[in-house]
Design a protein around this ligand. Sequence first.
Ligand code: ZN
Ligand code: ZN
Length: 554
Amino acid sequence: MAKEPKLALIPLGGLGEIGKNIMAVRFGENILVIDCGLMFPEEGMLGIDVVIPDITYLLENKDAVRGIVLTHGHEDHIGALPYVLKQLNVPIYGTRLTLGLLQGKLKEQGVAGEANLEVVKPRDTVTIGPFKVEFIRVSHSIPDAVAVAVHTPVGVIVHTGDFKIDQTPVDGEVTDFYRLAQLGERGVLVLLSDSTNVERPGYTMSERMVGATFDETFRQAKERIIIATFASNVHRLQQAITTAHRYDRKVAVIGRSMINVINIAHELGYLHIPEGTLVELEEANRLPKNKVVFLCTGSQGEPMSALTRMALGDHRQVEILPGDTIIISATPIPGNEKLVARIIDQLFKQGAHVIYEAVSGIHVSGHPSQEELKLMINLVKPRFFVPVHGEYRMLIKHAELARTMGIPAEHIFVAENGQVLEFTRRSGRIAGRVTAGRVLVDGLGVGDVGNIVLRDRRQLSQDGILIVVVTINRELGQVMAGPDIVSRGFVYVRESEQLMEEARQRVKEALEKCNDRGLSEWAAIKSQVRDVLGKFLYEKTRRRPMILPIIMEV
Ligand SMILES: [Zn+2]
Ligand SMILES: [Zn+2]
């Protein structure tokens, strides 16, 4: 009997976390990659700019990788490409806005010339190796988002990407229910679905709700209006611009990333800006207060963003005035709550009227709640189900939800990054593991900061550093100069002279002891100094600074 054909799904990122989404689909010697995103550093990843997925598996199978398809233009789906393309240059398929935003990023990193970008439209099917990949429109918090259906010799895989069911989307482009149902009717082997909001019952509200809230707020505002939101939420930007136009206000955009997105989306026809509505910041500052809206970044309290600078009175061109109405049209991403709360406090202190998350309708999510997730499962009717795009508990919740809908438990896989899910037409199992994980990017260094460097950074950030410099004559074994102690981030030396002097004495004694015992190995001497000084400082201060002995030889 001929061997049954097998298909492997290998998540390389995005499972057990929100961010750095990337999924490999493998059939024989052919690999298709879905999305290639980044993640922002977690607490404790000191100095790290971004985190990208470890693509060792793809590099080891370089010749098999046929292409990368993108679901939409968010950072957690396209953000790693500027780094990955340098190692793996294969054709990239995406819708016009997605590739427009990607192109902007590639240009910034100076790799735009090398990329092979193929524009697709919803309902297009492209052949990539043995795969026929179909793009299916979905609603999300960015226009031009798609799910993908991968037709393989083993069966059809549907990957939802990020989606929501919005019956009244701002751009009028509704999720392609018809096509999803048609695929379901014909038979889908595996559904991979967005788990971000699985903990929320009911339906996610339509983006149009925010438009209604904007309208209400604009009607009441007597002076300036400042709206902070995600730079990439083109629907939201559209509603802000449309509402401003309706109330005869001009719009000035502040923040580089938002200006970039507005330029690209406008150029590609995804953003409709009435003639004369956009003005430069200088002009906006000259207009009467009831004639302007500022659109800006900083809805997450990011330290360098426009809103944060304004709140701290640190922005060169815009200062917050009593009477300003400030709308924070976003919800803080977990971990950012404190930053955002502090910014809101600052804005209130300056006399502004702040409308934020607690007020309903000022933000809606781009992800599906439970009823929408159920609808997706009912439309697609998959044989196997794999929750993706979520932290571990969300994947578990999503698996439970699928089970209540009649998918047998043994047909549901809660997987981890790197696990290989292997399917035949009838069966599915977890079949081993490949390398997966995270690569930290710091400045120009990609992957050169690992756990050891992070551990040192943590120690330095908590208790500081002491450097002990001593000059020794090797032949005589005598201390010629020092020991001198320099410290940073440990104690304020001028107010701790006695402690530092005592510390110097302890080092001196340790060195003498080494000499008496005939110790001449530098490494052994350094270790002695570290031990003695470490113990002394801990006794006196209950702190453990990093101790760095430097021996100079004469
Ligand atoms: Zn998204
Ligand atoms: Zn996402």
